[in-house]
Design a protein around this ligand. Structure first.
Ligand code: ATP
Length: 222
């Protein structure tokens, strides 16, 4: 297994990518808990432009960005990094991670993902190289029962750590399973609920819910 030493004078950089169509509490709460567990003061939210693994987002990049801005007002841990939206191509994580590595040299990068993403990681473009560029911090996901296939089991056997110092002392290479709350919600569930006008208020940051109502988003579920 290859891991790279880090510039230990620099703090770890947290990044969390998603379609955020719309951003919800299941995105924010687990990552906030994991960030606290790891001593991070900031996490960058990266809205993707064109998700390679699923249908195109229902809302425009402008709406998704506006909702993220409102979420950040309520959750000051988070800031927006819109680099993927600037690239007119599918948002492959490997390209984004290489871009971070170019910008931040050997600073440790913590790439937050949900447990469903870990279980399907071996379907990602160039998945075997992902950990060259970052550590993975995996959040529990309430609406998903984890099952590790042979590739993911091997990856975890090689790279799993429970030691935060390993993350601090290397720029990438490790996988950390965080002990976060299980929040059983997804953007898909929320879009479906909104199309019937019966969304559970606790699923969305209040200002995001107001924005969705004001702009009449997700009235029709595709
Ligand atoms: P959709 O339902 O449209 O597929 P989603 O709710 O799964 O969307 P994404 O924006 O695709 O959200 O996910 C971005 C990241 O957030 C992924 O790593 C995913 O695993 C994680 N995530 C989403 N919902 C949750 C949740 N309830 N708990 C933990 N992680 C989550």
């Amino acid at each position: 297994m290859s891991v790279m030493s880090a510039d230990t004078t620099k703090t770890m950089l947290g990044i969390f990518g998603g379609t955020f169509d719309p951003v919800h509490i299941g995105h924010l709460q687990p990552v906030a808990e994991a960030a606290q567990e790891l001593g991070l003061e900031q996490v960058r939210l990266l809205p993707c432009h064109i998700p390679p693994h699923k249908q195109a987002p229902q809302s425009s990049p402008e709406h998704r960005l506006a909702m993220l801005e409102l979420a950040c007002q309520q959750w000051p841990l988070f800031i927006i990094d819109n680099r993927e939206l600037m690239w007119d191509k599918p948002s492959y994580s490997i390209d984004t991670l290489k871009d971070f590595r170019r910008e931040f040299a050997n600073r440790p990068v913590l790439f937050f993902i949900g447990m469903d993403s870990l279980c399907h990681l071996d379907s990602w473009y160039k998945w075997q190289s992902i950990c060259k560029y970052c550590h993975l911090v995996v959040c529990q996901r309430g609406d998903f029962l984890p099952e590790f296939n042979v590739n993911i089991t091997r990856l975890l056997n090689e790279r799993r750590t429970t030691d935060v110092k390993q993350l601090e002392q290397h720029s990438g290479g490790y996988i950390y399973l965080a002990k976060t709350s299980q929040i059983p919600v997804s953007s898909t569930t929320i879009r479906a609920a909104l199309s019937h006008g019966d969304v559970e208020p606790s699923w969305l940051p209040e200002k995001v819910q107001d924005y969705i109502e004001r702009h009449q988003l997700y009235r029709q579920c595709e």
